[in-house]
Design a protein around this ligand. Structure first.
Ligand code: ZN
Ligand code: ZN
Length: 176
């Protein structure tokens, strides 16, 4: 999905788009976008390019880092980029090349005609995913010994270990 900005003048270009379902993969963490990604905002002419500023809403399905079960993580976030035209659309710009005053605004290259909203949305969703996603605060995760999902089942691993430890302690005490 592209946002055409080739013919725009000095007026802000206001946009509101829905990008259909997709699928993202971040390293081994499979992230599925659920429903559509909504992105709205405006594009303004800026020095050397265009400033895009808006909001993005998406629902993702990601695996919990504790129990590994997929769950729905919804995000709503601000998105801001300065687009400068270059030979390779979307290529990273080396830090030394950044001549714009607002250094803290991420720079992105584009072909001078249209902005790739899908690429922007995917990039932004990745940035805003939690590093250690947790399905819910009280998630008990997997048993490190037998691998059972402790939200669904209980296992005896831990209590066995404690019994064993108390047993050993008891033996020591009895011996003295
Ligand atoms: Zn969990
Ligand atoms: Zn266990």
């Amino acid at each position: 999905m592209f946002l055409e900005i080739e013919k725009k003048g000095q007026e802000p270009l206001v946009f509101h788009r829905e990008i259909p379902v997709g699928k993202l993969v971040r390293q081994e963490l499979e992230t599925i976008l659920v429903g559509s990604v909504r992105i709205q905002g405006q594009v303004l002419p800026a020095r050397d390019g265009f400033l895009l500023r808006g909001r993005l809403q998406a629902s993702t399905q990601i695996p919990c880092s504790r129990c590994l079960e997929p769950y729905i993580f919804s995000l709503e976030t601000e998105v801001i980029r300065i687009y400068v035209s270059g030979q390779e659309p979307g290529a990273e710009i080396p830090a030394g090349e950044r001549k714009l005053p607002a250094d803290e605004i991420p720079l992105a290259r584009f072909d001078g005609r249209r902005i790739d909203l899908l690429r922007l949305a995917e990039e932004q969703v990745f940035l805003d995913l939690p590093l250690k996603p947790v399905c819910r605060e009280e998630c008990r995760g997997l048993c490190p010994q037998c691998g059972v999902n402790r939200n669904l089942m209980s296992c005896l691993c831990r209590s066995e270990r404690i019994d064993h430890w108390f047993g050993a302690l008891g033996n020591l005490l009895n011996r003295s």
